[in-house]
Design a protein around this ligand. Sequence first.
Ligand SMILES: [Fe+2]
Ligand SMILES: [Fe+2]
Length: 175
Amino acid sequence: MAGFADALNGQIGYEFAASQQYIAIAAYYDSQTLPELATHFYRQAIEERNHAMMIVQYLLDADADVVIPGVEAPPTSFAAAVAPVSLALAQEKRVTEQIVELVKLAREEGELVGEQFLHWFLQEQREEVASMTELLTVVERGRDNLLHVEEYLARSAGGENALEAGAPPAAGGAL
Ligand SMILES: [Fe+2]
Ligand SMILES: [Fe+2]
């Protein structure tokens, strides 16, 4: 499963890159004293880290080599409070395309167990693109008074997403 395993190893790097981007966004909002936005993105960073570790566990289970790629430093400064969420939405859409390409490759190589593993990621991407689109709407509407955004996030926090229950196991355990 050389090609598929290589591509999965590449995806580990993309997931860690997403995690680092979300830490950068969280730190930016934290520096602007917007604690709910900061908390939201710190949490997203952990989720992306968990995605990477799910792929690590899959490769271990498949007895394939595990590579932990380095990542490029993410942008850390932003023009205004809306920009990080636009960036985050673009990132989620890009990751969706990456997962779709992985599924296509799994099919080409007859890696049906791998394809099944990736189905959860497709669902997760649908959810993440939808929720980031919603957050972008809220931030655009509240750009002149970000306390509205903070209130929105405070009210909607806590409802754990049902997908977490069916998530693939993460190497070392999900955080
Ligand atoms: Fe992810
Ligand atoms: Fe994501």
